[in-house]
Design a protein around this ligand. Sequence first.
Ligand SMILES: Nc1ncnc2c1ncn2[C@@H]1O[C@H](COP(=O)(O)OP(=O)(O)OP(=O)(O)O)[C@@H](O)[C@H]1O
Ligand SMILES: [Mg+2]
Length: 311
Amino acid sequence: MSVLPPSGRLRWTDVPALLRTRLETALGSSVTDAVTPAGGFGHQLAAALTLTSGRRFFVKAAPDDDPLTDANVHEATVLDVLPPGAPAPELLGIHRAAGRTAVVIAHLDGPHPDLSPPSGDAGQTWALLDKLTSSPAPAAYTEAVSGTPSGAAGLHGWDVLRADPPGDLDLDVRDRLHELAELEAAWPSLAQGDRIVHGDLRADNMVRDHQQGVTFVDWAHATTGPACIDAASLAPQLILAGHAPADVARLLRDHSATATDPDTTTAFLAALTGHWYRNARKPEPPGAPGLRAYQHRAAAAGLALLDYRLS
Ligand SMILES: Nc1ncnc2c1ncn2[C@@H]1O[C@H](COP(=O)(O)OP(=O)(O)OP(=O)(O)O)[C@@H](O)[C@H]1O
Ligand SMILES: [Mg+2]
């Protein structure tokens, strides 16, 4: 039985039979169940497979000419070289057939973490980031990501809005466009660093595994950079989950990954918020329902944090 994907995701039964057979052979028995997890905005196959043996695996697959395949292969490479103890699932294999590439990853069992205030998951996530960024990335990791440009480094938005301000721009944003664009302009020269960066840290890119606890998934954007990137990306997510902006601003000020470099953190937050604010105004892309509404809310959370950092 297949569970219909929540968004426009491909299903296991949409995968060409040749690749399905290749995977079943590699995994050692037939697939009896394929569940597409809720969350995320992607259109590729991302499914938890159960086999007749009872074992479970997680598979992502896309056509070879889809840029998602490069992203999946990058993720597989990263999973293979993360240091022991990193909060990530194990890579189990890459399989190619019928013009598609599938990446098989150890299955994590549990829901997305609950980042809302009463839960301990947010605290656990901050602690994981502390550990992940407390020392430079191992050489094998740095080497593996060296050929992939950092998505975080290229984030921007306020510059575009300042160059040609839309007539319906919020008045308070219009008044602050110059300041926001100046903060963002500082980001590219600060974006280099030697720490592991997940690069897309949201609750739907984490699983609270029953045994391993909170674990980061979707390492497709992983790179190296300053320690602050993932913590500063997580901060607006906590506001979206119900934390008071003042509390999150305090956490960001004091966390080991962000406290030592406040200017870099502020510049990154400005660039990330500008990216969200600019993109939220674009038409909804096909296959990603809800993306623009999410970007709109995330931009508001980012702006609230910037208010605290600049006041
Ligand atoms: N190893 C895993 N075990 C169990 N579930 C997982 C695993 N990896 C990811 N998931 C679940 O599958 C969903 C989609 O996975 P992932 O984020 O890697 O795919 P994606 O297509 O890159 O997503 P996005 O929509 O973010 O682009 C995640 O939100 C998570 O719920
Ligand atoms: Mg994802």
